[in-house]
Write a protein that binds this ligand. Structure first.
Ligand SMILES: [Zn+2]
Length: 317
């Protein structure tokens, strides 16, 4: 029997955890589903990554309201993916902040990405009818670095290099060495690399490691507390990206076509990473993008709902 497309067969609800990582940082996690990071400053709250729909964001807001009544002033988009951004309106923030590179990706491919991701993850787009028409647009953008002060609390938004996407941004609390990584780092969850820059990603992880975080909220998976757990999250993500890159590069260099490279890469990766959530979902997208990068496409090609299905049928049948 062929595999169900992407995450269409994944219908089991996950258990949500809302945990405090450091004096001002909280993590909303759900057993490998997309995480949301929360910074509670002296006078305002910042939310990084919103959940996929306003209905799902309402549960994040409910958790925030259990610990503070400060206004949710800022929403940060760590990158452009629909599953991260389309819940933004629920927070009624004063500002939605993203890197200029993320803004550019929303403008260039946001519509296609929205249709594509809704098709891939029916469970994660619960009450998709609550998503406003159109796209979620940043109201402020920056390049490289931006610093916010929530009262006395310094919050840095940093572009440390390309990886999961061209526009990746991390949220960094220098005083308590806490980092919200977005999908640049995953833990016990498969990195999605369909829009990635494989050659750059490990270097960007080195730049994260150089900050020496003491706590880290990954894009998916449990919040990481203590330098040992943070290092494990960084090392696991780096190993997955490097192993996949090497396997695909070797196959492409030997003149093999995408389908042959996919079958070999899958067999090579499954023993080590097959137990991570969304492994079967991600692998066809990740290998396709990696094959593109090592052959003829320096930048990721746009995924559309139709291209998703055509690729899946070509590789999985
Ligand atoms: Zn993503």
């Amino acid at each position: 029997m062929s595999k169900a497309f992407a995450s269409q067969a994944d219908l089991e609800e996950k258990k949500v955890s809302f945990t405090q990582l450091s004096e001002h940082a909280w993590a909303y996690t759900a057993e490998g589903d997309p995480n949301t990071g929360i910074i509670i400053g002296d006078d305002a709250v910042l939310v990084a990554d919103t959940q996929a729909t306003p209905a799902m964001a309402a549960d994040v807001i409910r958790r925030i309201r259990e610990v503070t009544d400060k206004p949710i002033k800022y929403v940060v988009l760590t990158h452009y993916h629909a599953v991260r951004v389309l819940g933004a309106s629920a927070y009624e923030p004063q500002q939605i902040i993203a890197s200029q590179d993320t803004y550019d990706l929303i403008r260039e491919r946001g519509e296609q990405d929205k249709a594509s991701e809704i098709g891939r993850f029916p469970r994660l787009f619960r009450n998709v009818e609550t998503v406003p028409a159109g796209l979620t647009w940043p109201t402020m953008s920056f390049t490289g670095k931006m610093t916010l002060f929530l009262g006395k609390l310094e919050v840095q938004l940093l572009q440390l290099g390309r990886g999961h996407t061209k526009g990746d941004t991390v949220v960094w609390l220098p005083q308590e060495r806490t980092l919200l990584s977005g999908d640049l780092v995953e833990f016990d969850a498969t990195p999605y690399a369909g829009d990635a820059y494989f050659k750059d990603w490990p270097r960007t992880l080195d730049n994260i490691a150089a900050l020496n975080p003491r706590a880290l909220v990954p894009g998916r998976g449990a919040a990481l507390v203590g330098e040992e757990q943070v290092q494990a999250g960084l090392a696991g993500t780096r190993a997955f990206i490097s192993d996949l890159y090497q396997a695909v590069q070797a196959g492409a260099a030997a003149g093999k076509d995408l389908k042959a490279v996919y079958k070999e890469a899958y067999a090579h990766m499954a023993p080590k990473y097959g137990q991570w959530v969304i492994f079967d979902h991600c692998m066809p997208f990740d290998v396709t993008r990696c094959y593109d990068e090592v052959t003829q496409y320096p930048d990721p090609r746009v995924w559309t709902a139709q291209r998703d299905i055509e690729m899946w049928q070509a590789l999985e049948t």
